[in-house]
Design a protein around this ligand. Structure first.
Ligand code: PIN
Length: 409
């Protein structure tokens, strides 16, 4: 069994190669199935009379690193042997080890985020290093080994912006604290470059922007107020299929508290602007609630490039900032001013808390893909696939709206 956080960028090639060389047939379009089969094949190849020991397992992981390209944090269970976990040699996606000291000896666990370790009453031991594998056998014995010849640590900066829970520690850094820093940096930028804005109140767009908004308000010396209430029974609009469904669900998901907006100049804060659908809708909601001026701050820089390492970030055509200047994005979302975080400032927000973190995976902001092997052909191929998927989503959007009409009519 295998769980995978990330994305392989050579899964099509591997699929072919496995079919021809390894005689393995992949049944789905999931890159995790490819990863599972590469691992299974390498384990089988390295085992002596189909028996496994930690060394054989680590050699198999070394071969997985050799064959797989992209980002992957993997947890796997090898039936009859134990639990295996490993992180790609670039350390893009997070992975941690937890320990629980019992009278019968230590117990171990692995997870993407340290919150899982807290929740189960374990203690955070350390992060899994890039390229490292850990194996816990059925008797609870712990083994670990570096399985890649060359490694560097480049955590995905978007984990700090939005993906990870604020109560997690990633590579020794508190996600919450990085978000406070993001607010601090935005305040500095506004005090420096946007002195003319007359801001009465800072309002977060719940939930993940709250720490940044709090610190921004404090840095500007203005009130922090809650202006939007989130319907806790509605899922993430970010990953909902289809534009029409997304737009509608923003209204279902967030509702404005009128008194916080009436006659005020409000500064709304979100963690990021990806497609801009939420931002556009929310600016309008703030105006409808009676705001005089609506300013917008994004704790992250403009998202201009697709993410290929496991975040479902759309193609360039869908990213509001891909082909627009900041002023054009501001006009598009209908705000009176738009303040984006600078990329260097964002990196500083994390680095400040752990100076050993000198490099980050920041491709969605600067188009620099850290693994160095993301070709324009690959990017075009995902665009084509996404376009096809979007066409079929649009059809299902219609179907869903019709259903809603039937339900309410
Ligand atoms: C906020 C998540 N956050 C909100 C994710 C929306 C971009 N979106 C990224 C903003 S929370 S859009 O975690 O749910 O609190 O720009 O694509 O419309």
């Amino acid at each position: 069994m295998l769980g995978h956080n990330g994305n392989l960028i050579n899964s099509e090639e591997l699929k072919e190669e496995m079919f021809r060389q390894d005689l393995r047939h992949i049944n789905t379009s999931s890159d995790s199935e490819v990863l599972l089969n590469v691992l299974a094949h390498e384990l089988e190849k390295g085992s002596v009379k189909l028996r496994l020991d930690p060394q054989t397992i680590f050699s198999a992981v070394a071969n997985v690193h050799r064959r797989c390209k992209g980002a992957y944090t993997v947890t796997a269970m090898i039936a009859g042997y134990g639990v295996l976990a490993f992180r790609d040699p670039y350390g893009i996606r997070p992975a941690v080890i937890g320990i629980n000291e019992t009278d019968a000896g230590p117990e171990y666990m692995v997870a993407s985020e340290s919150v899982a370790i807290d929740a189960l009453g374990f203690r955070l031991l350390r992060d899994i290093a890039p390229g490292e594998a850990v194996f816990i056998d059925e008797d609870g014995n712990f083994y670990s080994q570096q399985c890649a010849p060359k490694t560097t640590l480049n955590p995905c900066i978007f984990e700090f912006v939005y993906l990870a829970r604020p109560d997690s520690l990633i590579d020794g850094v508190s996600v919450y604290e990085t978000r406070l820093n993001m607010g601090e940096k935005l305040a500095e930028k506004i005090r420096r470059d946007y002195k003319h804005l007359d801001i009465d109140v800072v309002i977060p767009i719940p939930d993940s922007s709250r720490p940044s908004a709090m610190q921004l308000a404090q840095g500007l010396g203005v009130a922090y107020r809650e202006g939007f209430v989130k319907n806790r029974y509605i899922g993430r609009t970010f990953i909902m299929p289809g534009q029409a469904v997304r737009r509608k669900s923003v209204r279902q998901k967030l509702n404005a508290i009128g008194m916080e907006f009436k006659g005020k100049n409000v500064m709304l804060v979100d963690d990021s602007i990806v497609r801009g659908t939420t931002s556009q809708e929310i600016v309008q909601m703030a105006r409808e609630a009676g705001a005089r001026r609506v300013y917008f701050a994004s704790a992250a820089p403009p998202v201009r490039f697709p993410n290929v390492y496991g975040i479902d970030m759309p193609t360039r055509a869908e990213l509001i900032a891909a082909h627009r200047t900041e002023a054009e994005v501001c006009a598009e979302i209908g705000a009176d001013a738009l303040i984006y975080q600078d990329l260097e400032a964002l990196k500083e927000c994390v680095r400040k808390l752990n100076p050993r973190l000198t490099s980050f995976e920041t491709s969605c902001f600067d188009g620099h893909y850290i693994t160095g092997d993301v070709t324009s052909d690959y990017l075009s191929a995902i665009e084509v696939r996404r376009d096809a998927a979007r066409d079929s989503e649009d059809e299902s959007d219609g179907a869903q709206l019709d259903l809603n009409l039937v339900a309410t009519g």
